[in-house]
Write a protein that binds this ligand. Structure first.
Ligand code: GLU
Length: 454
């Protein structure tokens, strides 16, 4: 690989900064991983722009502007008191108000929220829209909870969070475990405490009270538009390809929908318990019914379609495919999984989830020269459409599905082009990891220089 010039002294400085990040943030392994991936791409950028080093942009970018950690007490249906921990990490506001989702999952701790918030800075920058980077959430597990329990939790969570957010300050949205229902309960509580119907304070709202068409579909659709762009650049198309989409949540469902619309066949999806393989192609109406309406496990798919095969604790990545869209969670593709995918003939990977591929897996994809779209670029359609929702809220307008989907497709094409051209400019053609990290970083870094030492 021909790499753009990177001064060895600059590399040394980057190493020192990384070591500092490790010692200042002990135990936060996912955050370390996300920082490492970005810093590894920045040598040539800092060699070209020494002022970024002089002004300590990297050190500043790795330190969140503000971190809020709070107690979330609530009562379950038995009347028992439960305590969870809530987080909001407002990472960077150089480009606009803080923007990023909330994740409710038992694995959540500061290291996960910080990795997500850090990624969000660069992802949001790539969209070309005026949004800073943030993330939040809780170790609350919505699985198995009643609607009332989820409501009481969301109300308690928002009672603390409401003082820190606002349509020009910080605009949360959904992520794993947070969808329209949770956003609704949180919006209701914000409205009640603040005595303001402030539509722009949250995105991912339902359509009848300020939500935007296409927001639900946006992350999955966007990830597929990104594959479309990567394949077009290689004079290939999605049509007729066999695909794997891991997960079966919001991102996975709409990735499958768009792949099917574009003539591909998705043969497998999954959840944290197991994998469904359907050689006839995944029946998406059934998945939607099971997951969106009944909130059940994907295992049930096999009760409705006897020909489908369910494998408890199986890995989806052993199934032969040409296109893979990891849409479940971080680090779901190991180096071994990546090798298997490539060996089985996979030509394109588009990350619907955040950081779903381990560093070893990324190495395999880059070495094999398949079309590999990292999450920062490939799943930016979700947050980009959130920014379109904010535009509609600010102008008290609502756009049609067709118009909004066209805007989304155009944004994804622009992100692709920016990453593609940046990768070429820095001597690593086809390397979207370099392209995304460098292009995302430069825009934020320039804004930080403009704003002085803040
Ligand atoms: N959680 C999504 C992401 O990872 C969306 C965030 C948003 O819409 O603010 O980008």
């Amino acid at each position: 690989m021909v790499e753009a010039k990177s001064d060895p002294k600059v590399r040394e400085k980057i190493d020192t900064i990384y070591k500092e990040v490790l010692s200042r943030n002990p135990g936060e392994t996912e955050f370390h991983q996300a920082v490492r991936e970005v810093l590894d791409c920045l040598g040539p950028v800092l060699t070209k722009n020494p002022e970024f080093l002089e002004r300590k942009i990297i050190r500043r970018i790795c330190e969140p502007e503000r971190q809020i950690i709070f107690r979330v007490p609530w009562q379950d249906d038995k009347g028992e008191v439960q305590i969870n921990r809530g987080f909001r990490v407002q990472f960077n506001s150089a480009l606009g108000p803080y923007k990023g989702g909330l994740r409710f999952h038992p694995s959540v701790y500061l290291g996960i929220i910080k990795f997500l918030g850090f990624e969000q800075i660069f992802k949001n920058s790539l969209t070309g829209l005026p949004i800073g980077g943030a993330k939040g959430g809780s170790d609350f597990d919505p699985k198995g909870k009643s609607d009332d329990e989820v409501m009481r939790f969301c109300q308690s969570f928002m009672t603390e969070l409401c003082g820190h957010i606002g349509s020009d300050t910080d605009v949360p949205a959904g992520d794993i475990g947070v969808g329209g229902r949770e956003i609704g309960y949180m919006f209701g509580q914000y409205k009640r405490i603040m005595k303001r119907h402030e539509s722009g304070v949250l995105t991912g709202k339902k359509l009848n009270w300020g939500g935007a068409l296409v927001r639900t579909e946006a992350t999955g659709y966007g990830a597929v538009f990104f594959i479309d762009e990567m394949l077009k650049a290689r004079k290939d198309t999605i049509e007729g390809k066999t695909c794997l989409v891991s997960g079966s949540g919001n991102v996975a469902i709409y990735a499958i929908e768009k792949l099917h619309q574009l003539g591909a066949k998705v043969v497998a999806c999954s959840d944290s318990n197991g994998v469904i393989y359907d050689k006839n192609g995944i029946d998406l109406d059934l998945v939607k019914q099971l997951k969106e309406v009944e909130r059940r496990r994907i295992k049930e798919y096999a009760n409705h379609h006897k020909h489908a095969k369910y494998t408890e604790n199986g890995t989806i990545w052993d199934i032969p495919c040409q296109i893979a869209v990891p849409s479940a969670t971080q680090n779901e593709i190991s180096g071994e999984n990546a090798l298997k995918l490539v060996k089985n003939g996979c030509i394109a990977v588009s990350e619907g989830a955040n950081m779903p591929t381990t560093p070893e897996g990324i190495h395999v994809f880059l070495e094999s020269k398949i079309a590999y779209g990292p999450g920062k670029a490939a799943n930016a359609g979700g947050v980009a459409t959130s920014a379109l929702e904010m535009q509609q809220n600010a102008s008290r307008d609502s756009w049609t599905f067709e118009y909004t989907e066209r805007r989304l497709a155009k944004i994804m094409a622009n992100i692709h082009q920016l990453c593609y051209e940046t990768a070429e400019e820095y001597g690593t053609p086809g390397n979207y990891v370099n392209g995304a990290n460098i292009a995302g970083f430069i825009k934020v870094a320039r804004a930080m220089v403009d704003h002085g030492l803040v």
